[in-house]
Each structure stands twice: as C-alpha cells, then as structure tokens.
Design a protein around this ligand. Structure first.
Ligand code: CS2
Length: 416
C-alpha cells in the first residue's frame, strides 16, 4: 500500500508556520490542529520523542483524524524535536510572523521537563529581537491554565535584564486561559489498520477521536489569532472550566480507578457494567450541586460520550499521573462541599491503585512516594499519608471514610 504524503493526497496548506505548538501527542493532532486552517500553519514541537516527528516528516506532515469519517489534516507544516531542533524553535519564537504559541504538555510539563525553560528562553530571544507581541496559550486540563503558564514562564526568567524581560512579558505577552475538550485515546496498531482501510493509504500516525469537540478561550489576546472556526471566545472561562474539569475529567478519573479495581480495561467497558452509568450520574450530581447553573444536560451528554464503544479509552491512560490530576479534578468539589459519598469512594479507588501490587498499568511521577505511604500500620493511616502527600483539603474526616471502602475494592467489588 502507498504511503500518505503530498504526492498521494493534495490538499490546501499554509506555506509557513505562524503558530508554534509544544506537545505532539494525539490530542493536539485531533484538537488544535483540526481547528487550524490555511493560511495559518503550525510548527509542532515534540518535547521528548522523535518517533512522531520522523513519521510525520516521512508523510510530508500529513496524517488522518478519524471520527465519523477519516480526514487528512494538513495544518502542521513543520515538525520539530525540541532537543535536536532547538535553534529552529528559537528562531520561530523570535519571529514576528509567529503570533501564537499553544501547549499540550500535560499537568506535569508545567513543573518539570524541558518545555517551560525552552519557551522562556525563546521569548527572551523575541524580546531581544524587537519584542513583537504574542499569545501563549495553555491547552492543558488545569484551573486557570493561563495563569499557571504565566507564573511558570516568569519563574524561569533569570539573569541580567530580568526586570526588563518581566516588564515586557506583562505588557506584550498574553496568557489567556482556555478549556479544551475532546476524547482522544492513544493510537493503537488497530487504529493504523483501520485508517489504512478507510484511506487506501498507509498512515503511520493516525488519530482516532470522538466526534465531539469544544474549545473555549479567554478573549484577552496581545496579537492576532486564527479565526478557529467553532471555538468560543469569552471574557471569563471559569464556568466552562469548572464544568469540564469537575464533571468530565473528575468523573473520568473516578471511572478509571473504580473500573480498574473491578478489572475493566476501558471507559466504554465501565459504562457497560451495571454500575457505570449510575456512578456517572451520581458523581455528576454531587459535583454539580455546588456549581452555579444547570448541568443535567451536560451529564446526560457525558453518559453518551463515555458509552461510545468506538472509543477504546484505556483506564490505565486516564488513571496515570493521578497525584497531579486529582487536585485539578476533585479538590474543587471537595473544597466546596466537604466530603461526598461518591467522591470518597473514588478517593478509595485511587488509594487502592497506589497500593504496591495493585498492578493497574498506571504510572505517576510520584509513584515511589505514593507506594511508601502503604508502610503505615493500617489503612486509615495509609490513606491519611496519601491524602497529605497530594495536599487534599478536608483531611480530618476523610481518611476514615475513604478507608472503609478498601476491602471491597481489593476484592474487585464496586459498591455504590
Ligand atoms: C482524560 C482526558 O486522560 C485523561 O486524564 O481525562 O485526557 C480527557 O479525555 C480529555 O480532557 C477530554 O477532553
């Protein structure tokens, strides 16, 4: 079978990048890259792995996204590797042609890893080269992601000229907050086979996504942005952010840990169980009770989205990095309500997943510290240590209530 490239598929493309994106995962390729159209082009930078960069270059930067149909996406016009293409990344960040930087580096990318430092260095280069205004847009699942990114960048500015650089950042660089939403599981070998069948061409890096997509951006820019058809520009993203993080991501994480305890593999498998839908509705009602507005239709929609059997979204993927995700997803509700029965059950399932020998396939940058909490004398103490480690609010009442769920979960039973 022939390979997907610009000689086998001819679509309109931008000639040069005006956006630099950090994080070349499936989510970016099925979200921001789908919203972006010529004449806007993206230079997409992979922070670590060269695999996707190499594969995309072999395909002239073309790849497919499959939802209800299979479509070739051409908005990425340059693929770079942060380590080996650092000079080019710096050049682009300094160029006045580039007016937008977007990031999907996951929660942990804001605390460690190479991107924030490279971004701050690139912005310093831009400042020295005339300082054209620019927008730097976080697309990660965090409360106030624009503020988080701005703080991380400012903290990376050191050395001579720091004060001038900080003043320029405040004046000429916008860090709008955003809410992004699309369920995009990691690509599997089966996806490659299905994409090849649909397209009649071989695509080494296809992406499969649900049909739904949403992008809400704080309308506070310092420079030109693409029209991004279908995106919403609002003065304050907070209501969208709370709904998305607490209801979608909060429920997702809960299903990941509970489903894993019960031996399931994917979100759709959990929804097909006798407790899955009931849990989504109950957890949604607990979380929605403290949010302004009406969230019933959103929860109804979540049930349908999670149930989609075409999307095999693995619990091990969603449950990974819990120590960073849970504060974003569960602690807002916990802070506003004190504890809630289904949130306690979910916390217990997370605790269970951190226990040595739970064999969930989930990873976490703090897995060693989490596992060490289990050297405690009993479950209540182990849970207390775990919750303290992740700075859980409402610590006093929680450990006991959470620990009562552990025996059933260890036996693979989810009791609502
Ligand atoms: C998921 C998200 O992996 C996870 O933690 O909860 O990636 C989720 O699928 C997206 O935020 C949906 O927009």
């Amino acid at each position: 079978m022939k390979r997907l490239n610009s000689s086998t598929v001819d679509i309109p493309r931008a000639t040069r990048p005006r956006i630099v994106h950090f994080g070349l995962g499936a989510f970016h390729r099925a979200h921001q890259a789908v919203y972006t159209e010529a004449p806007w082009g993206i230079a997409a930078v992979a922070p670590r792995s060269t695999d996707v960069v190499t594969a995309l270059r072999e395909q002239d930067l073309l790849y497919t996204v499959t939802d209800t149909t299979t479509r070739v996406i051409g908005s990425i016009v340059e693929a770079l590797h942060l380590g080996s293409d650092a000079t080019r990344v710096g050049e682009l960040l300094a160029s006045p042609d580039v007016t937008v930087v977007t990031l999907t580096i996951t929660e942990k990318g804001y605390r460690s890893g190479p991107v924030i430092g490279a971004l701050a260095a690139g912005l310093a280069g831009r400042f020295r080269r005339g300082g054209a205004p620019i927008n730097v847009i976080s697309c990660d699942n965090m409360t106030g992601n624009g503020r988080v990114l701005e703080r991380a960048v400012r903290e990376s500015v050191t050395g001579p000229g720091r004060d001038e650089m900080l003043a320029w950042l405040a004046e000429s660089v916008a860090f709008p907050s955003t809410v992004v939403d699309r369920i995009v599981p990691a690509t599997t070998p089966e996806h490659r086979a299905q994409a090849a069948e649909a397209l009649g061409l071989d695509d080494a890096v296809p992406v499969f996504a649900e049909p739904y997509r949403q992008w809400v951006l704080e309308d506070a820019f310092a420079a030109e942005v693409p029209p991004w058809d279908g995106a919403r520009f609002v003065p304050d993203v907070t209501p969208f952010e709370q709904q998305k993080l607490r209801l979608l991501n909060g429920t997702h994480s809960a299903l990941a840990y509970l489903g894993s305890a019960a031996g399931y593999e994917t979100i759709a498998d959990v929804l097909a169980s006798d407790w899955g839908e009931k849990f989504v509705r109950g957890f949604g009602a607990e979380a929605a009770a403290v949010l302004p507005g009406e969230h019933g239709p959103y929860v109804d929609q979540l049930v349908e989205r999670f149930r989609n059997p075409a999307i095999r979204h693995r619990l091990s993927q969603i449950g990974s990095d819990g120590s960073l995700k849970l504060p974003e997803r569960w602690f807002g509700t916990l802070r506003d309500t004190g504890s809630q029965p289904l949130l306690e059950l979910a916390l217990a399932a997370w605790a269970r997943a951190t226990e040595p020998g739970a064999s969930t396939g989930m990873t976490d940058p703090r897995s060693g510290e989490l596992a060490a909490c289990w050297s405690a004398t009993d479950d209540v103490e182990a849970v207390r240590r775990l919750l303290r480690l992740i700075d859980a609010p409402d610590l006093d009442s929680l450990p006991k209530a959470v620990a009562t769920h552990l025996p059933a979960l260890r036996a693979g039973r989810v009791e609502l």
